[in-house]
Design a protein around this ligand. Structure first.
Ligand code: BGC
Length: 764
């Protein structure tokens, strides 16, 4: 654990310039607004270690998969979120010498991410090779209000010299993806246009044909007074810039406010992009930087009202949770059901920006409680709209009759993972998609969703499970062979307990929903049956048979569920006996060694016990936790949060706290040595769950919220906000007890430590 950034309740602060840590800082300080986002690269040139990243939501490229020997069923391509045109760039030349921090002596360097108001600020002094000293301050944000725009205010002041300064704000579309499979460039230029104070560059993606116009417009001022300076355009392929030359006296401050816009053909007609970008730039430029920044603060204050978690007495824990909430809100706003949440959001390329089971298993609960209902509904609709492709995907693998296998990795519904051995067989993702429907209905009570969309998805998923199992004559049970469970450190195993469990649960839930929809809207049910050719009698009979005869690996001696057949054949060593120098295993051990070892990457059996806790008594959960946790290396960011919630449920508040710290400060402290690739956005929702479901003990049962809070000793108090069926509750836990405020106009009864409590509208 590194503790590189300063602890502060509302800000992430970096003091001092540390080039070795720059890529980590670029990830942590990333900015986004749901539509576009990017890493915290510098505006001025930087020839040191950096990972450049600007992304436009939903714009991707199908990069041909790289494999050794091709086999039937491999996905054709691995989708990549595209590194898009760099809109933040401002080259600085000081009497002909380029400002580049990699070549300067850097003093008083400070970067600060203000999470309360949603902007990034950077200050430094730099002394160039020839001895020129300048002072710089930049403030940048991606606007939540005008969500296709971003703005930068960049000031520079010569400290020990006067003379010519040249500023070149630019848009550079000649960018590459570091993770390109064949070192290809993914963008072609369509057109470009510059004018006296800006320009627009329009690019088109190869294969997918998305067009994105990226434009800029700027204002210059000297010592606060607007200046009009003639600029000269610089134009080359995939690049537009304008050179602004001026003579500056020693001590004068020149400020450039650069406004940028990114408009995509997903949202506007391609042939209007240029004009629309120009019009949008005119409008934000007219608004001005200060007004935009003030609006940004108001928009973030609105978000924090529904989202904030306040931890008193532990600034590191406070900073951690706010960072997670901030990043989640930067990544996904729920306005558009074509978008989803990539594991790295807008903070890096890894995982290709695609949708994983992370969304359903981890993110849906966060958005259910902290955003309007339509946000989580849109996440569900995203999968509903891709049902056709999930059926196609299953067909390609030999399934039939409307069975659906949702992809493990996708942009548009097509499977597009890059790693056959692991990802292909992680069919458990189908279960998470069904579970999210259950979770959504349980939380919102929006049962109409089932008749309109949910049941169709559930039947298709259940059809898949019913074809994926096979009858074992030897065991006289149904078995599920050749799968990978959530623990990716075991591949191609038989009878992964979690997968068998969630499959059976899906079948049961589908039967339950069939009855519900039949009772609530028989006409819709009949229409659906007809449309998808569902033979209720035979198909439900098969579902029931599997439910009653499924095999679940269990060890009677230890009284635990076995992660998969023969798990106990492995040499049973524990994580505590692993030398620190051998961790993380994924970086230090061969894959062969990992697969043979008992070590578990992330919650697997425990993921199932977490999802279906009501079906197991506390002793069972404890025995499994005590057995599996010591074997778990938590090398997936999705792991500590589930362990934290279970530890809290079992009353082990200290362990729960340790896991919480690890999950919430995973990126800030670069726990897994991989934050430089980007932040672990989807697991941030898990961090939220570990506070609200873990320490807050929040559950929803029978349409009612319940709380069973516990407070770590390190904390004076914990307060979290929950939106539930039209109410907005603020739950505060202190050493003395629990108080709940209801800021809505609707009364609500909740369970607190098992007892019903009425919380009056607008009252405590
Ligand atoms: C985890 C998967 C997860 C993926 C994307 C992997 O490391 O093992 O469960 O879906 O990352 O976050």
């Amino acid at each position: 654990m590194k503790q590189y950034f300063k602890v502060d309740e509302w800000r992430i602060i970096e003091e001092g310039f540390n080039p070795h840590f720059n890529k980590v800082a670029e990830s942590v300080f990333s900015l986004g607004n749901g539509r576009m986002g990017g890493r915290a690269n510098f505006e001025e040139a930087y020839s040191g270690e950096t990972l450049q990243g600007n992304y436009v939501a939903g714009v991707y490229y199908p990069d041909k998969t790289r494999v050794g020997w091709w086999k039937n069923g491999y996905p054709e391509y691995f989708a990549k979120v595209l590194n898009a045109a760099n809109w933040i760039g401002i080259d600085i030349s000081l009497n002909g010498e380029q400002l580049d921090l990699a070549k300067c002596k850097v003093l008083n360097f400070r970067r600060e991410l203000n999470m309360k108001e949603g902007y990034l600020k950077r200050n430094f002094r730099a002394v160039t090779v020839s001895g020129k000293e300048v002072e710089v301050e930049s403030i940048r944000f991606n606007s939540l209000v005008d969500d296709e725009t971003g703005a930068i205010s960049y000031s520079i002041r010569p400290i020990n010299f006067g003379g010519y300064i040249k500023l070149t704000p630019f848009i550079d579309g000649d960018v590459v993806n570091k993770d390109a499979n064949y070192d290809e460039k993914f963008w072609d230029e369509v057109s470009k246009h510059t004018w006296s104070d800006g320009g627009v560059l329009q690019m088109r993606t190869k294969k997918t044909g998305f067009e994105v116009a990226t434009g800029m417009k700027y204002h210059i001022s000297i010592d606060g007074e607007p200046e009009h300076i003639e600029a000269e355009p610089v134009i080359r392929e995939k690049y537009i810039g304008t050179e602004i030359r001026m003579e500056i006296k020693q001590g004068q401050r020149v400020t450039i406010c650069k406004y940028a816009a990114n408009l995509s053909s997903q949202n506007h007609p391609a042939d209007e992009l240029m004009a629309l970008t120009q019009a949008l730039l005119d409008s934000v430029c007219h608004k001005g930087f200060d007004t935009m920044l003030a609006e940004q603060a108001i928009a973030w204050a609105e978000k924090w009202k529904q989202n904030d978690i306040i931890i008193e007495g532990d600034a590191a824990a406070q900073q951690g949770i706010r960072f997670n909430i901030f990043q989640l809100n930067q990544t996904y706003t729920g306005e558009d059901d074509r978008l989803n949440i990539g594991p790295k959001g807008f903070t890096g390329e890894k995982y290709g920006g695609s949708t994983y089971w992370d969304t359903e298993a981890y993110c849906v609960p966060f958005y259910l409680a902290t955003a309007e209902q339509k946000v989580s509904r849109n996440l569900l609709l995203y999968r509903y709209k891709q049902l056709g492709k999930a059926i196609e995907n299953a067909k390609l693998l030999g399934f039939k009759d409307g069975a659906a296998l949702y992809p493990m990795v996708t942009m548009d519904g097509t499977e597009c993972h890059n790693e056959w051995e692991i990802t292909f067989e992680e069919i458990h993702r189908n279960g998470a998609i069904a579970y999210a429907i259950f979770n959504y209905i349980r939380y919102t009570g929006d049962e109409d969703y089932l008749a309109d969309y949910g049941l169709e998805v559930l039947i298709a998923i259940s059809r898949f499970w019913s074809q994926r199992v096979n009858w074992s004559a030897e065991r006289e049970k149904y078995v599920m062979l050749g799968v990978t469970g959530p623990n990716e450190y075991e591949n191609n195993v038989n009878n992964n307990w979690y997968t068998n469990t969630i499959a059976v649960w899906c079948l049961k839930y589908t039967l339950e929903v069939i009855e519900k929809v039949k009772a609530s809207d028989l006409t819709k049910y009949s229409e659906l049956k007809y449309r998808i050719d569902f033979n209720e009698d035979t198909e439900t009979a098969r579902f029931k048979d599997i439910i009653s005869k499924m095999y679940f690996p269990y060890d009677a001696n230890l009284q635990i569920y076995l992660q998969q057949d023969n798990y106990l054949d492995k040499e049973q060593t524990l994580v505590k006996d692993l030398p620190a120098t051998e961790r993380p295993l994924v970086q230090k051990w061969s894959w062969d060694r990992i697969l043979r070892s008992p070590f578990i990457k992330q919650a697997d059996v425990l993921q199932g016990l977490y999802f279906f806790e009501d079906e197991y008594d506390t002793d069972t959960i404890r025995r499994n936790y005590d057995f599996y946790e010591p074997r778990t290396v938590h090398e997936s960011s999705l792991s500590p949060c589930v362990h934290s919630i279970i530890a809290a449920k079992l009353g082990d508040i200290e362990r729960a706290y340790q896991f919480y710290l690890r999950t919430s400060r995973l990126d800030i402290d670069d726990y897994n040595n991989d934050t430089e690739d980007g932040c672990h956005i989807t697991s941030m929702a898990g961090t939220w769950m570990s506070v609200v479901q873990g320490f807050g003990g929040m559950r929803v049962k029978d349409g009612m919220l319940s709380f069973d809070p516990l407070l770590p000793v390190e904390w004076k108090s914990l307060e979290f906000q929950i939106g539930f069926r039209g109410t907005l509750l603020s739950v505060k836990v202190t050493g003395e007890g629990v108080s709940i405020k209801n800021a809505s106009s609707q009364d609500i009864t909740v369970k607190l430590h098992g007892k019903d409590v009425l919380i009056k509208a607008n009252a405590e």
